[in-house]
Design a protein around this ligand. Structure first.
Ligand code: TYD
Length: 203
């Protein structure tokens, strides 16, 4: 058990999740909370290996190895960053977590439900998962206007399968946010959902 608050941002590439998790972290800090900002893949050793794969392509490694790397990265993140911050009572805001593994590696053929269960054996469950939803075609359009190339994680049919996995996740801690709206409207929705959680915790 811990006193911290744990919020994860999830969604397919191009949904705007990173922008909104950053805005959220800024707002919580302004309100005086200790905020720990994290992202997965992390900037640690495993995370760097994964980021290289994202740039260079999946060519050399099997889906099993890919899944293993994401899990290894998360184990380190949980031990070194997530648990200590939650035990201190901080608000942890993480950009991607095990729902990404369930959705993305699930789209390679693994069972998403099994991935979630295996992760929950070692990784604390977030108090709130903000799931940013956007049509994969619209998401890709947004990426192509801001980046030069696509990685193999960002191909349309693959992203459609990833989105279908995200759509299948259930639980009262999972809140869906329509990300196909102006940034201000999305940010307002995020704050509304998070303040509900923080108010609950402080009474
Ligand atoms: P992303 O947050 O999009 O990083 P950036 O915006 O810095 O490029 O994450 C990189 C990719 O990693 C993204 O396409 C989803 C993928 N991913 C997985 O396939 N499985 C996972 O468990 C995680 C955390 C990410």
């Amino acid at each position: 058990m811990h006193n911290g608050i744990f919020i994860a941002g999830e969604g397919i590439d191009g949904a705007g999740k990173s922008t909104h998790m950053k805005l959220l972290a800024d707002r919580l800090e302004q309100k005086g909370h200790e905020v720990v900002r994290l992202r997965e893949p992390t900037d640690g050793g495993w995370g760097q290996k994964i980021r290289k794969l994202l740039v260079e392509g999946r060519g050399g490694i099997s889906p099993e190895t890919e899944l293993e790397w994401f899990i290894n990265d998360r184990r380190e993140d949980v031990e070194q960053n997530i648990r200590p911050a939650l035990e201190r009572g901080a608000v942890v805001v993480i950009d991607r977590y095990y729902y990404s593994t369930a959705a993305y590696q699930g789209a390679l053929g693994f069972d998403p439900g099994t991935i979630i269960r295996d992760n929950e054996l070692f990784a604390p469950r977030p108090d709130l998962v903000l799931l940013f939803c956007i049509d994969p075609e619209e998401g890709l359009k947004r990426i192509s206007s801001s980046r030069d190339g696509f990685s193999s994680f960002e191909k349309l049919d693959y992203l459609k399968r990833v989105q279908a996995n995200f759509d299948s996740f259930k639980g009262s801690h999972i809140q869906r946010i329509n990300a196909d709206r102006p940034k201000e409207a999305v940010a307002e929705d995020v704050l509304l959902k998070v303040s509900g959680l923080i108010e609950q915790r402080s009474c």
